[in-house]
Design a protein around this ligand. Structure first.
Ligand code: ZN
Length: 383
């Protein structure tokens, strides 16, 4: 088990060390932030978009946030005399802390209910309740998640699971979303390998859309299986889009992939979120997830920009029983030097046009498993 040690930064933000198994206890000095930061501000605002029924967070204060700082001023490197960073310790394994420039929070609570029948809800606002956390994957400033060892990856999974459980229990939280944006092409503002966790005070538009479809299927089959489980079974039987199959997880390119590169990694057991995974499942996930990221980086001469999005069942009582944990790993890269931009059809209409076939992408992802950059192949994979 990883060792968990919690503390508070000088502006009262929570910071939690997740140290690899066998690591000595944290020294008192690694728990004290000497910077004397100013008190935190009030949350921004959420506005109700009466046209779509979506909430939009308005976070103008984030304009002042750190943007691609030089390495010697990195806010998530360990603290040194010259760089008193966000992390008071001289060393760490994995650390999670509240974002200093959050788009949601720090206050928690319930946002207004949906508009009453016969009213549009135009002009409705609320505080941007919620919480935004940063997850530093490693004390090393350069590198990537794919280069972490399995022990460290397992500690990150432990952090995601623990934070999912803790954030899900906070007042007003409706959805917990761990994710990683990787690469400047995706708009990353810090090079240091890290991810984020957003705890929203509403079910996000995408989760609401997927959740409604999943709930309808679940009702239609009398709650016998989730939609995600049904799709996983169909993909495994078909085989043409499978990327890997292990004991507890399988990954495939979805039948109607929207992105040039899109992989769904799904647990064989129907679980709502990362917190519900067993120790054996988390162990395997650390291996399988690294395997997938290495395959992505094997496809082109330069590292793959990607968005790694953990879809967890919303906390909404109607949607949750039909929801299932799965990862959607996507990249806009469509050639070594070409990115897909979301233009008219996608950005304005949400109507995706994919220039590649999912079967060809799956074939490529299976074939790179044997490449030197990805030496480990799981037993039982089709690669
Ligand atoms: Zn750094």
């Amino acid at each position: 088990m990883s060792r968990i040690t919690s503390t508070r930064l000088s502006d009262s933000r929570e910071l939690i060390y997740f140290d690899d198994p066998g690591t000595p206890e944290r020294t008192p000095e690694s728990l004290v932030d000497h910077r004397g930061l100013p008190a935190r501000g009030e949350p921004g605002e959420v506005r109700y978009d009466a046209l779509s029924g979506d909430w939009v967070a308005v976070a103008a204060h984030r304009q002042s946030r750190t943007h691609l700082p030089p390495a010697d001023q990195c806010p998530i490197c360990p603290t040194t005399a010259a760089n008193p960073s966000e992390i008071p310790a001289a060393d760490y394994d994995v650390v999670v802390f509240e974002n200093r420039f959050p788009s949601l929070g720090p206050a928690l609570g319930d946002i207004p209910p949906l508009p009453a029948p016969g009213t549009s809800g135009h002009g409705m606002t609320g505080p941007a309740f919620g919480r935004c956390e940063v997850v530093a994957f490693t004390p090393q400033h350069t590198g990537s998640f794919a280069e972490l060892g399995e022990t460290r990856a397992r500690t990150v999974i432990e952090a995601w699971a623990q934070r999912t459980e803790a954030l899900s229990a906070m007042p007003g939280i409706k959805q917990v979303f761990p994710f990683e944006n990787r690469g400047a092409d995706i708009g990353v503002t810090l090079h240091h390998p890290h991810g984020q966790i957003y705890a929203y005070p509403y079910v996000t538009p995408r989760a609401a859309q997927l959740g409604a479809v999943a709930r309808k299927y679940y009702d239609d089959v009398d709650a016998k299986e989730t939609l995600a489980a049904s799709l996983l079974k169909a993909e495994r039987e078909d085989g043409s889009r499978m990327v890997l199959e292990a004991e507890h997880f399988s990954a495939y390119v979805p039948f109607a992939a929207r992105w040039p590169l899109e992989i769904h990694l799904v647990p064989h057991r129907s679980v709502p979120d990362l917190a519900a995974l067993t120790g054996a499942e988390r162990d395997e996930l650390s291996h399988v997830y690294l395997d997938l990221l290495k395959r992505l980086d094997s496809l082109y001469p330069t590292p793959m920009p990607y968005i790694s999005a953990w879809h967890q069942a919303p906390l909404d009582p109607v949607l949750r029983p039909a929801g299932q944990l799965h990862l959607q790993l996507t990249s806009p890269r469509r050639a070594a030097d070409k990115l897909k931009y979301l233009a008219g059809s996608e950005a304005a209409m949400g109507a995706f046009i994919n220039d590649t076939t999912p079967e060809a992408v799956a074939e490529r992802l299976r074939s790179v498993a044997a490449a030197p950059a990805s030496p480990k192949t799981l037993e039982g994979t089709r690669a």
